[in-house]
Design a protein around this ligand. Structure first.
Ligand SMILES: Nc1nc2c(ncn2[C@@H]2O[C@H](COP(=O)(O)OP(=O)(O)OP(=O)(O)O)[C@@H](O)[C@H]2O)c(=O)[nH]1
Ligand SMILES: [Mg+2]
Length: 409
């Protein structure tokens, strides 16, 4: 449920392009996500603008005519922010600001902003701040170019440059301070992780808003903040979970998103170490989301970037309660069948079939199929645990049946 709190929502517009990599439908889906991001950051979207463009205009991202259309709308409707669905170059951002005379932000900035809003612990805040400064640094150059042009260059270049050089130095100093601070925290975290001993580590991973925290709450009876907004979780929660007689550690952590800013991947290194050091991944997918296949690809790409793509993984398709295939009416002879028309049974026969036993379909909210979930997780954890504690028999009486109550901590 999207509840409007007492926050003043800032009027904004979205701007995206359509090209051979993203057709009209894809572009629309990306803008849906951008709108959700905008909403999470406290923005209300009044209108979307799209333009067919093979390559973005290097100066202003979209073409002049389209830009004029956007400008008029912004002026007439008192819009505060224009949000672009791609990372803008520092120069583009400056140029556009000059034309639109409102705040101009891109997808990366928006994500950083949400992270900043949501970071609760000093650790998360430090990581976000570092990412924000990394984002800012090259943009100070843009500011300089802009000033230089405004002042006519010659003669004025000296002071302008000095000013900006000072700013850049301050930002660079800040970056290295934050990096030092993070290094210290990283060491503490590594020690903490070390202290957790030899227990098998399982990490919930997945796109943002798929239900990782909800699932964590269901299996560990803990209270992790879950909400229908993007990036509800920024910090890592680790819980000891016991299924039957088998204890293991379960981690809930930050969700991923398409085009997750590289600055964030880098500065959240330590948070992501939880994933990197996990023995088993539970890749949670929101099967009710029309773009869930793209989500899987984005998550896999990030897992690859953090060298975690080869870990044993269970694919957990969540929100089956909310899944409904699109229906083609019997007398409709035109509409072609697409994956969106698949029933769950049909989905199971697609590429999902190739995942073999490592697939689960659940509803964390309705606690549907949790028995099977526990059984599969138990088996996967057990397999790893056995190699680690080969003689620890008392923890492992052989269970050949999974009947009866499964005990929890
Ligand atoms: N219909 C339905 N909704 C669910 C289910 N599981 C979770 N949700 C909802 O999905 C939204 C996101 O849930 P979270 O648990 O916060 O998702 P998350 O993956 O932890 O999200 P981030 O921390 O933002 O990455 C919440 O509104 C949940 O109530 C489910 O099985 N069915
Ligand atoms: Mg969460």
């Amino acid at each position: 449920m999207i509840e409007k709190e007492e926050i003043e929502y800032e009027k904004s517009v979205l701007i995206g392009i359509i090209n051979k990599f993203q057709d009209e439908e894809k572009s629309e889906e990306y803008l849906d996500e951008l709108e959700f991001l905008a909403y999470t950051a406290g923005g209300e979207v009044l209108k979307r603008f799209t333009q067919k463009l093979d390559v973005p205009n290097p100066k202003t991202f979209i073409g002049t005519g389209k830009m004029e259309e956007v400008r008029e709308f912004i002026e007439q409707n008192d819009v505060g922010t224009a949000i672009f669905d791609d990372e803008l170059s520092p120069a583009q951002q400056k140029n556009i600001e000059k034309i639109l005379k409102c705040k101009v932000v891109d997808r990366t900035y928006l994500i950083l902003d949400i992270f900043a809003q949501r970071a609760k612990t000093s650790y998360a805040r430090t990581q976000v701040e570092l990412a924000q400064y990394e984002y800012l640094l090259p943009r100070l150059v843009g500011l300089w170019t802009h000033l230089e042009r405004q002042r006519g260059g010659i003669g004025m270049r000296g002071p302008g440059e000095t000013e900006i050089e000072t700013d850049r130095r301050i930002v660079r100093d800040k970056i290295s301070q934050l990096k030092d601070k993070l290094k210290t925290i990283d060491k503490q975290m590594a020690v903490q992780r070390g202290n957790r001993g030899q227990l098998v580590r399982v990490a919930l991973v997945g796109y943002t808003n798929v239900g990782k925290s909800t699932l964590m709450n269901v299996i560990s009876k803990s209270e992790v903040f879950a909400e229908n907004k993007l990036f509800a979780t920024l910090d890592t929660t680790v819980r000891k979970v016991v299924i039957r007689n088998l204890p293991f550690l379960l981690t809930d952590t930050v969700g991923f998103i398409r085009k997750l800013p590289t600055q964030l991947v880098e500065s959240f290194k330590s948070t992501l170490d939880e994933v990197r050091e996990a023995d088993l991944l539970l890749h949670v997918v929101d099967i009710a989301h029309p773009n869930f296949e793209d989500h899987i690809a984005s998550v896999n790409q990030i897992l690859d970037e953090i060298e975690s793509a080869d870990k044993p993984t269970l694919m957990v398709f969540n929100k089956i309660d909310a899944y409904s295939p699109e229906v083609i009416e019997e007398d409709d002879l035109i509409t072609e069948k697409t994956p969106a028309h698949n029933t769950l049974t049909e989905w199971k026969r697609t590429w999902m079939n190739r995942l073999g036993d490592n697939v689960l379909f659940i509803s964390a909210i309705n606690k549907e199929n949790m028995e099977e979930f526990r059984k599969k997780v138990y088996e996967a954890v057990r397999e790893i645990h056995i190699t680690r504690f080969p003689y620890n028999n008392f923890l492992y009486p052989e269970y050949d049946k999974y009947t009866g109550e499964i005990e929890e901590d």
